[in-house]
Every structure is written in C-alpha cells, then in structure tokens.
Design a protein around this ligand. Structure first.
Ligand SMILES: *[C@@H]1O[C@H](CO)[C@@H](O)[C@H](O)[C@H]1NC(C)=O
Ligand SMILES: *[C@@H]1O[C@H](CO)[C@@H](O)[C@H](O)[C@H]1NC(C)=O
Ligand SMILES: *[C@@H]1O[C@H](CO)[C@@H](O)[C@H](O)[C@H]1NC(C)=O
Ligand SMILES: *[C@@H]1O[C@H](CO)[C@@H](O)[C@H](O)[C@H]1NC(C)=O
Ligand SMILES: *[C@@H]1O[C@H](CO)[C@@H](O)[C@H](O)[C@H]1NC(C)=O
Ligand SMILES: *[C@@H]1O[C@H](CO)[C@@H](O)[C@H](O)[C@H]1NC(C)=O
Ligand SMILES: *[C@@H]1O[C@H](CO)[C@@H](O)[C@H](O)[C@H]1NC(C)=O
Ligand SMILES: *[C@@H]1O[C@H](CO)[C@@H](O)[C@H](O)[C@H]1NC(C)=O
Length: 523
C-alpha cells in the first residue's frame, strides 16, 4: 500500500504521487523525475520500504521462470533472489521474504538485521529475499503496455514462488533446500503479507508456515477505512483535527462556484482546472502516516513535518483571496503551496497534477514507467480506492470529490484495451477474496498487524473482520500503536529496539520454533 506509498488511485493516484516528488529525504521516494506519474507507483504502493542500507552485501542469483505458468508461451525470464547463509546449518528451514511490489535489492536490511535475519538466527535457517515478477530487474517483458502487463497477476506470482520453492538450487549450498524436504517459512508485509497468506493456503504442501504482516488479504474496490484509520489513530490527534477542519472548509468553498477559484488560489493552485485533482493533491500528506516507523533510520519524516506545519489549534480566522478562512486552512494552504504547488508554475499545473487534463502522461509504456506495475494490480485485482466514508456522519480527512469514479480514472487513462487483454471495468477483487479475505486462515499461518496501520481495514484485524483467538498454531497478534508492518525491520543490536518491538520479534521466534518441531521432511 502508500512512502508513503498507499496502494491506489484517488487520493492516492495523484496525491501521494506528488508526495514522492517533493520529499527526497528517504531514498524509497524517487525525486528527480519530472513526470509526476512515474512517481505514482512508489508513492502509492502499500509497502513502506526499509530505507537504511544493509551493512553487508548478500550474493544475488537468478532463477529461471516461465513467462506463463498455465499456458506455454516458450518464453522465460530471470527472477532475482538474494541469500544469507550466515546462520544456516543443513536441516534448517528456509526463511523467505516476499519482496512484493518493489525492487528486491531495497530489502537487504531485512535480510541483514530485520525479521528474516531474526528468524534465520533463531532456527539455523537460510535467509532469502525473492523479487516479484515485473519489479526490480525481474522483468519478463519489453514494455509495460496493457498487453505486456497481462502476466502480472496473483496467480502467476504465486506459481513463481511455488516453482522457486520446489526447484531452486542455491549456489554454494551443497544440500538441497527445496520443499517438501526442507521447511519453508514465507514472510511478507502489506501486499507481500497477503501473498504470504495466499502461499500457505494455495501451496500447503511446500509452504510449511507463513507470516502475513499487515497482509491486505481483503481486496476491496473502495477502501474508505484507510483514511478513517489515519483519522482515528494518527498522532498527534490535534493535527488530524486541523486536517478535518480544513478539508470541510475547502469542500464548502469548492461547492460554490463563486468561491471555488478563490480557494484554489489560496493554496497556490489556481492552475488546476478539475476540482477533484485539486482535492486529490490536498490528500497527499496523509499518505505520510503509514511511513512512520519506530526506527528513526526507517521513519519517513513527512508526516511529522506536515503536522509541524499545521501548528497547534488556533481559532483565529484569516483573510485570503477575498475569503475568510480558518487558521487551520491557512496553515494547510501554506504547507501545500510550499511543498507541492511552488514546484510547478501555475500555467503547467494541469500537466503536473491533472488526470483528465493530462492524459498523454498516462500512456507512456516504456520500462522506466514502473508506476504502471502496482497500479495495474490495483486496477485489475486489488482496488483500494481511497474515498471518504460512505456515511456522512463519520468525520473525514479527504474531500467528498474523491469518489471511486475519480479514483478509477487513473485505471481507464493508464490501461487502454490491448489486443489480448483489457482491464475490468472495476477491479475484480473476487480472486483475492475467494482465498479467504478477512477470514483467511490455516495452521501455521500467522496474522500480525498494527493497531494504527491505515491498512488494517484490509486485514484480518479489520473492524469488519470477525474475532479470532491467538494460538501458537494460528497466531493473531496486534502490535499496540504499531503502524505498517512494524515487525519487519530490526536493529543489529536487538536490545536497542523498543520493548514492544522486541516483544513481537520474540513472539515470532517462539511460534516459528514451535511450528518447526512438527516438521517432518518428505520428498
Ligand atoms: C541474471 O539475469 C539477468 C537478466 O537475464 C542477467 O543480466 C544477469 O547477468 C544474470 N545474473 C546472473 C548472476 O546470472
Ligand atoms: C542471534 O541470536 C543470538 C541470541 O540467540 C544473539 O545473541 C545474536 O546476537 C544473534 N545474532 C545475529 C547476527 O542476529
Ligand atoms: C511492447 O512489446 C511487444 C513485444 O513484447 C511489442 O509487440 C509491442 O509492439 C510493444 N509495444 C510498444 C508500445 O512498445
Ligand atoms: C455557477 O452557479 C450558477 C448559479 O448557481 C449556475 O447557474 C452556474 O451553472 C454555475 N456555473 C458553473 C460553471 O458551475
Ligand atoms: C506560494 O509559494 C510561492 C513560493 O514560495 C510564493 O511566491 C507564493 O506567493 C505562494 N502562494 C500563495 C498563494 O501563498
Ligand atoms: C495560525 O495562528 C498562529 C498563532 O496565532 C500564527 O502564528 C500562525 O501564523 C497562523 N497561521 C496562519 C497560516 O495564518
Ligand atoms: C471476476 O472474476 C471472476 C473469476 O475470476 C468471475 O467469475 C467474475 O465474473 C468476475 N466478475 C466481474 C464483475 O467481472
Ligand atoms: C474478541 O476477542 C477478545 C478475546 O476473546 C475479546 O476480548 C474481545 O472483546 C473480542 N472482540 C469482539 C469485537 O468480539
């Protein structure tokens, strides 16, 4: 999901895109590319990447995969993976990290000091990071047209992993580590977390155990809960209250054509002609919350910068562009202007921030357009369009102009029908949800979530999911105050981690070790 990298269009599509463009403190956000859309994928995808660099390098290898696991095309491609054998002893398990919707080489800290290292250390395991098809350098096609993207789907990705687990021969490891002779523990976060859960359900004979951290196992066209969870759990709450006040005020000015131009001018955005594009840009800073992390080296500071700019509650009003606005709206406008608007001259703002006013940018399909990848998955199988709440009595942090139709525009604009494939009119979430959705469950499938994670509404810890009990065989753990897969990263010296992070790591070690006692190798 959203480096803020939330997963979808709408607030997301443009808004979070822009976020990426202006903040470059953290390397997970591309910054130099003038084409805002290119930033989209990284900006809005669900995963918060660990951005610190690993102290050591790990060897990188290739594994040959077919383009299509279900129909023979004759084409193959190379899937990258990285190996840590520092804790490995023959007979130990493989602890594999699903790199999900981003380059695998950005995940080395997880192999070095994060959860893969932690679990491998505890079990004499072999640590592996596995890159996902189409991401990083594991690219099976020559361009990212609609047709070329048709092998980017959950079924093919799951089959890749199964093929890897069953057949990999790791250079330098003389014993076979394939399943079912070796226990494989599959870990993923966010989209990768859903993938981990899917692997355990789809391939129970070769995936001995799995950990879905912030795993978005419930796909949904409309994900209004994302922003609502930010509203309920983001801190400081005074900052959230300021956003709520400003958004309501802006919406009322936008609703009248005598004031809509003026309010856009207050934000330095009079060049945006389509009001939903303006409203979308205003939601950009909210994607920052999911990037907050307990480790300052991984933390995305944009949320705290935004809140600092909004300032403390102040009931004064200000005159601007002929309007009387609250101090909250004035502070919000100043932040948006300085952070986003000032990077794009008014005359070009439709080009910088527009959807329907900016169609050509959506049609670039060369391999540098990596924003097209996760967005394609969103448009075809996952959804997660971030709208305001369906019920007007629930307070909101985003404009009422951010409808699901607006969010969907990015799909229509980006993926015109090909010769061999057309995206569905709406994301078809059936294939994800038929694997269990909120109720996905299996022995040795752990569900780990964060209480303050905006993606929690799409996990088995959603307010919409049914209750479960936490057992060793089916762990079900909520990290108090945790945001997005906060168990994924760790420190070289675990005693320096906050106590609640040490706790979840210890719990994960304990249940994985307990699971492994039941492992009986078969061939
Ligand atoms: C892996 O495959 C890529 C793409 O085919 C190739 O460029 C690279 O040299 C290969 N690396 C190794 C270590 O074989
Ligand atoms: C492995 O775990 C032990 C405790 O069981 C700890 O002392 C050691 O620092 C860990 N090593 C690494 C490389 O994480
Ligand atoms: C994309 O690549 C395919 C071959 O994989 C090719 O047939 C097609 O013409 C390319 N399209 C564009 C727009 O580059
Ligand atoms: C502006 O408001 C007037 C009066 O409500 C309405 O007739 C007109 O169509 C509106 N113009 C636009 C561009 O929305
Ligand atoms: C927006 O920021 C620019 C650059 O700092 C400044 O010149 C301009 O006056 C600001 N616009 C508004 C409406 O505050
Ligand atoms: C909001 O009020 C505070 C305190 O009075 C003031 O310092 C700040 O400048 C105001 N912000 C804006 C944007 O007017
Ligand atoms: C979604 O996909 C399923 C099968 O994968 C299909 O049965 C169903 O008709 C599709 N739904 C829509 C609305 O296209
Ligand atoms: C879920 O189960 C826990 C533990 O049994 C219980 O404390 C909690 O109240 C339950 N929640 C709901 C919504 O039923």
């Amino acid at each position: 999901m959203p480096s803020s990298k939330a997963g979808m269009a709408s607030l997301s599509a443009l808004a979070l895109v822009l976020l990426a463009c202006v903040h470059d403190a953290h390397s997970a956000r591309p910054t130099t590319n003038p084409q805002l859309l290119k930033l989209n994928a990284k900006a809005i995808r669900p995963v918060q990447l660990a951005t610190q660099s690993a102290a050591v390098t790990f060897p990188q290898y290739n594994f040959t995969q077919p383009l299509d696991h279900f129909t023979n095309t004759g084409f193959t491609w190379q899937q990258r993976y990285w190996v840590s054998d520092r804790h490995y002893k023959p007979g130990g398990p493989v602890i594999v990290f699903e790199a999900g919707e981003g380059p695998g080489d950005e995940r080395m800290p997880i192999l070095d000091t994060g959860i893969i290292n932690i679990l491998a250390n505890a079990t004499n395991g072999l640590g592996i990071v596995l890159e996902h098809r189409y991401y990083g350098e594991s690219v099976p096609v020559l361009n990212f047209t609609t047709d070329s993207l048709r092998w980017l789907n959950n079924e093919q990705a799951a089959a890749d992993s199964a093929n890897f687990i069953s057949n990999v021969k790791v250079p330098g490891i003389s014993t076979s580590v394939t399943a079912p002779g070796t226990a494989w523990i599959y870990y993923g976060g966010s989209y990768g977390g859903a993938r981990a859960a899917h692997m355990r359900v789809l391939y129970p004979d070769i995936v001995f155990g799995a950990i879905a951290s912030s795993g978005v196992t419930h796909a949904t066209i409309v994900d209004w809960r994302y922003m609502d969870l930010v509203r309920q759990y983001a801190t400081p709450q005074a900052c959230v209250a300021r956003v709520q006040q400003a958004v309501a005020e802006v919406d009322s000015f936008l609703a009248s054509n005598t004031t809509s131009a003026a309010i856009k001018a207050v934000f330095g955005l009079s060049g945006i002609s389509y009001d939903p594009d303006f409203a979308s840009l205003l939601s950009a800073p909210l994607g920052g919350w999911q990037g907050t992390n307990w480790d300052p080296a991984v933390n995305d500071p944009s949320w705290s910068e935004f809140c600092a700019a909004l300032g403390p509650v102040d009931t004064a009003t200000v005159k601007a562009q002929g309007l009387t606005i609250s101090n909250a709206t004035a502070a919000f406008a100043k932040y948006i202007n300085e952070t986003y608007a000032s990077s794009c001259p008014v005359a070009q703002q439709d080009e910088c921030f527009g959807t329907i006013t900016n169609k050509a940018q959506y049609l670039q399909t060369d391999l540098s357009q990596t924003w097209r990848l996760w967005q394609f998955q969103v448009c075809t199988q996952w959804g997660f369009f971030m709208t305001p709440p369906p019920d007007a009595s629930i307070p909101r942090l985003v404009s009422n102009l951010l409808t699901k139709e607006y969010a969907e525009l990015t799909c229509t604009l980006s993926y015109p029908p090909g010769e061999h494939f057309s995206i569905p009119q709406w994301p078809n979430v059936t294939d994800v949800n038929k694997l269990g959705g909120f109720d996905i469950a299996a022995d040795r499938l752990a569900i780990i979530d964060g209480q303050a994670d905006p993606w929690r509404g799409d996990t088995p810890h959603s307010p919409d999911a049914s209750n479960r009990t936490d057992t060793t065989l089916r762990p079900f753990k909520l990290i108090p105050t945790g945001v997005h897969h906060w168990d994924e990263n760790g420190l070289a010296d675990p005693s320096q981690e906050p106590a609640f992070i040490q706790t979840i790591h210890q719990q994960e070690i304990a249940f994985v070790k307990a699971w492994l006692k039941d492992f009986k190798p078969s061939s």
